[in-house]
Design a protein around this ligand. Sequence first.
Ligand SMILES: Oc1ccccc1CN[C@@H]1C=C[C@@H](O)[C@H](O)[C@H]1O
Length: 333
Amino acid sequence: RLFVPSLKDTFLESFRIGAAVHEGLLNDRKEFITEHFNSLTAENSMKFENLQPAEGEFDFTAGDRIVQFAKENGMSVRGHTLIWHAQTPKWIFYEDAEKKKLASKELLKARMAAHINTVVAHYQDSILCWDVVNEAIEDKGSTRLRHSLWSEIMGEEFIDYAFHLAHEANPAAQLFYNDYNESSPSKSAKIFETISGLLEREVPVHGVGLQAHWNVNAPSLDDIKRAIEKYASLGLRLHITEMDVSVFDFEDKNSSLLKPTEALLELQAERYEAFFKIFKSYRAHIDSVTFWGVDDAYTWLDNFPVHNRKNWPFLFDTESMPKPAFWRVIKTI
Ligand SMILES: Oc1ccccc1CN[C@@H]1C=C[C@@H](O)[C@H](O)[C@H]1O
């Protein structure tokens, strides 16, 4: 039998190693998950649409299963995510069930408060780290804020209010702003400016979540280092929150591969090694590195950006066995 060192034990002195999970994974991959990870994130179970699908109707069962598993296995849980423009039910943004008129700012604030207060109170100290706001920054052009029904109805202060609510609901929780393309020079400048504004207004934000949905081609190591330096200069904690390394460049829509080529696995291993060397060098600022899944058997990238195209973005293959990237990451200790 091959001796496979534990990922979480290898990095015990540096940062936690996390994985995004759904209930099925906890059943099918229990030993594998407890062997390699000491932090969990619910991939979907704690998103607005799953926790409060209809006003006043909360469903915590799937989220509770993940929290219970973490408790039983000495793992921490990252709460993902309280306020986001996606995977959020439409009812919250409209005056009534007719959905003809947008909700007033007061009504939306009240509903945001009800959601955050109920969810954070439900999990209390089982979850001591929340992605309070996810993806509020615009990727394209010079516009800083993404346009959403949150921003349209409440203005930029929807961000402030979400963080104040979460802090009131659990003052012990570490509150994160989370985003993707976080290493792009233009977007990291906007994220930096937005979080600087929050800090100036004394909004309780404690950390920046770098989703790290990277690939074999981008982003550059320099851009990653510069973005980490920028966020760290805010005096905030950093979490790598959704790491995967797609074997396709974002623009590459090729869907002919039935399995990754040796060349792609080697290139992916090079990239993972370089990424973890950077994380190690900034370990004073980075408290956790979470993968957006556990192994290549399932990834959200099997359907994004190309629907129904298999991807192989993790350190472990479809049988949970280590790939070349795993051995290169282990060597970076
Ligand atoms: O990389 C992106 C590009 C465009 C839109 C969203 C993203 C990333 N968006 C993430 C990915 C998967 C979801 O499960 C997470 O909740 C979300 O934070």
